[in-house]
Design a protein around this ligand. Structure first.
Ligand SMILES: *Cc1c(COP(=O)(O)O)cnc(C)c1O
Length: 234
């Protein structure tokens, strides 16, 4: 497991270098370690190396890990597509959801968030490049969804999340990330006091974290570069 500590260190160095290259402070870019498909021992190894926030895509897999690691002070983020029949355990066991893409999901999360817990932090997932079979609300509908979500009592709207189509070329990565940054700023201006917690632009993964940082990401979600390759789903 020392390999995970080494890779985590390399990712932090990549982020520091990306921040230095564009004059941002490393403390302004949070690192979410995406541990989907990896077991609790991998999460524990990253935790031992100082990582506190972990992202998961599959609800049942995540619940098993959360239970196995309940003794560690981990902040759990749900970043995968959510079906409405899975919202309850997510509202009960996670601190964040990045993948709110319709009002019904936001309403259920708010209704099902237990009273004894602080409000659930949420981001609106936006589909920035129009991929037809992708999750995410179209740009044109993002403001209406953000307004309605911000009004729900047990949620705290923090910002937006994007998963652009993977491309190798950094200029192309930058172009879509800059459009997402612009949308983030436009929504902030339009929402004003309606979303006092608005501070999170969740964008950038293993292959494009430098472009995301340059475009203004405040949270990168990194899996492969920390934990290694995943078996490809079919
Ligand atoms: C899997 C996943 C990631 C991490 O991707 P890597 O390329 O492995 O860094 C980030 N965000 C979401 C939403 C994911 O599903």
């Amino acid at each position: 497991m020392t390999m995970i500590a080494d890779k985590l260190q390399q990712v932090r160095q990549r982020l520091d270098a990306a921040c230095a290259a564009c004059g941002r402070r490393p403390s302004d870019v949070a690192l979410l370690a995406v541990s989907k498909t990896f077991g609790p021992e991998a999460v524990a190894a990253a935790f031992a190396a100082g990582q506190r926030a972990f992202g998961e895509n599959y609800v049942q897999e995540a619940l098993d890990k959360i239970a196995a690691l309940a003794h560690l002070d981990i902040e759990w983020h749900c970043i995968g597509p959510l079906q409405s029949n899975k919202t309850r355990p997510v509202a009960e066991s996670f601190q964040w959801v990045h993948s709110v893409d319709r009002l019904k999901i936001a309403q259920r999360l708010s209704e099902q968030r237990p009273d004894g817990l602080p409000p659930l932090n949420v981001c609106i997932q936006v589909n920035m490049d129009g991929g037809a079979n992708k999750s995410g609300v179209p740009m044109a509908d993002a403001l209406a969804l953000a307004r309605a979500t911000a009004a729900l009592p047990r949620l705290r709207l923090r910002g937006i999340m994007s998963i652009p189509e993977p491309v190798d070329d950094m200029a192309l990565q930058l172009a879509v990330h800059r459009r997402t940054r612009a949308l983030f700023d436009e929504l902030a201006a339009a929402l004003g006091g309606q979303a006092p917690g608005w501070d999170t632009l969740s964008m950038g993964m293993s292959a494009d974290m430098e472009a995301a940082v340059q475009a203004g990401s405040t949270l990168v979600r990194v899996g492969t570069a920390i934990f290694g390759g995943r078996p490809t789903a079919n």
